[in-house]
Write a protein that binds this ligand. Structure first.
Ligand code: HEC
Ligand code: HEC
Length: 432
């Protein structure tokens, strides 16, 4: 089990003052949102983080002002070429910062008709995510054991800081589809956010010649906003209330939790950490990059071409580890907090019901025909989205790869219990 390298903001379930994590992030000290020191190789060409955080604006904004600015920019559709897409289109605050619809991949681009190739994740509970590293050594317990590739933003961990990541959707031709940073700043200048942007960073920040300054200010405000505990890591689920001993779990929820934790049954907590560690509330992920061999998703247009295969950590989206075949097929373990409000699951959004995800864990190895298509000769095309050469990379941890098991892992009643338990991870619970 991996443990997190940054415990600042989730100690005692997120009761840190709103300023603590953000101030540290701004001075470049500890960046809980995207990890601290860079330990892995980077795919993107990063701006010098020290330079980025040390940027001087005409006016030095408070963290509160930047958080408020970031919240507005996050919702500003004027920053897209379609004029109709903002960060919130794919990361909706009313849907745990994930998509409101059930599409496997979202539609963006100038006319909102161009499909992406991955599912939009929830942006909640990323504040303790470590920077990507190929060799992760836990900070507690099994310190000496190499736990393999861990951390980083996106499904393949290719970005370190949220301000680097934010450039991707702003400039991606299938997302907000701006030509370049100057194009974004030009749109910002004419957007409803402009007045507040000047109030935040100074009257001249959007003037001609200050494009780089404005671009930095935009990315910084988005980054600081994403560190706002109230919006991104409130620890306000029933499970958190239970950890605080404010409420009891129902019988079904308790049975689901036990199945989730039991190494001989679900073993889910091995990767989706469920227990308090060193006083820090659990994130329901250890941030490891693991290959589960999820089915290919025919609903993704680019998958019509059989040559297009998303191999995660080894590419093709991520480019720095393409010479590492042992990484092909690995994707980042997502948090299961708020998982019950999601409408598409896994990196390619191939499943749409949480119950089916649990069935995948329960039956992938005993009834693969339920998840994978058949080949021409009638045999099941198991792992049809992972070329045979890379199948040795598949995770072998229980509940997978147990040759002695011939029955599904869970009964129908147990699946109901797991669903009940997973529903306790939804934020916004109010004690009766
Ligand atoms: C068209 C949909 C879309 C829009 C718009 C969008 N995103 Fe995303 N976002 C995604 C997808 C898809 C991913 C996963 C990308 C990958 O794995 O390569 C993602 C990943 C992320 C991540 C990494 C999450 C993680 O679990 O590691 C962050 C942070 C993020 N987006 C922030 C933003 C911000 C900030 C904006 C606005 C500037 C934005 N996104 C706009 C679809 C979108
Ligand atoms: C060996 C590590 C590991 C174990 C054990 C594990 N998971 Fe996962 N889980 C992952 C990874 C990695 C993904 C993402 C895989 C992908 O998209 O390719 C994932 C994805 C998921 C998702 C989809 C979440 C989303 O946002 O799309 C759910 C739900 C889930 N797991 C539940 C469970 C349950 C329930 C168990 C126990 C029966 C379990 N997991 C055991 C690593 C693990």
């Amino acid at each position: 089990m991996r443990s997190t390298s940054c415990h600042l903001s989730n100690i005692l379930g997120g009761f840190w003052p709103i300023t603590a994590a953000a101030v540290l992030a701004v001075v470049g000290f500890v960046n809980c949102g995207g990890g601290g020191a860079a330990t892995g190789t980077l795919n993107s060409q990063p701006t010098n983080p020290v330079g980025f955080y040390a940027t001087q604006y005409e006016k030095t904004p408070t963290v509160t002002a930047m958080t408020a600015m970031g919240r507005v920019l996050f919702l500003d559709t004027a920053l897209s070429s379609s004029g109709r897409m903002s960060c919130a289109s794919c990361h909706d605050p009313a849907h745990a910062m994930g998509p409101a619809n059930s599409l496997s991949v979202q539609l963006g681009g100038p006319q909102l008709q161009d499909a992406g190739n991955r599912a939009a994740p929830s942006l909640k509970y990323l504040q303790t995510l470590p920077a990507f590293t190929e060799h992760y050594f836990g900070s507690e317990g099994n310190d000496s054991e190499d736990q393999g590739p861990t951390g980083g933003l996106t499904w393949d961990g290719r970005f370190i800081q949220p301000h680097e990541q934010a450039k991707a959707p702003l400039l991606s031709p299938v997302e907000m589809a701006n030509a370049d940073s100057r194009d974004v700043v030009a749109k910002l200048r004419d957007s409803p956010s402009a007045a507040q942007f000047r109030q935040t960073y100074g009257d001249h920040v959007l003037d001609a010649g200050n494009e780089q300054l404005a671009w930095n200010g935009l990315l910084l405000a988005l980054e600081v906003f994403q560190q706002s505990p109230a919006d991104f890591y409130p620890y306000s689920s029933k499970y958190d209330a239970w950890l605080r001993k404010q409420v009891a779990l129902s019988g079904s929820e308790q049975r689901g939790l036990a199945l989730f934790n039991d190494p001989k049954r679900g073993n889910c907590a091995q990767c989706h950490v469920s227990a308090i560690q060193s006083g820090a509330f659990p994130q329901f992920t250890d941030y490891g990059l693991i290959a589960l061999g999820v089915p290919r998703n025919a609903a993704i247009p680019s998958n019509a071409n059989p040559a297009n295969v998303d191999l995660g950590l080894c590419g093709p989206l991520r480019t720095d580890l393409q010479s590492h075949p042992e990484y092909c097929g690995r994707f980042k373990t997502p948090t299961l907090r708020n998982v019950a409000v999601k409408k598409s699951y896994f990196h390619n959004g191939v499943l749409h019901r949480l119950e089916d995800v649990i069935r995948f864990y329960s039956e992938r190895d005993v009834h693969p025909e339920k998840f994978y298509p058949r080949k021409a000769d009638g045999s099941v095309d198991k792992f049809n989205d992972l070329p045979a050469a890379y199948r040795g990379n598949l995770g072998t941890t229980a509940p997978f790869d147990q040759p002695e098991r011939s029955q599904p892992l869970f009964t129908g009643a147990e699946i109901a219990d797991l669903l009940a338990f997973l529903s306790t991870l939804t934020d916004g619970y109010t004690t009766p």
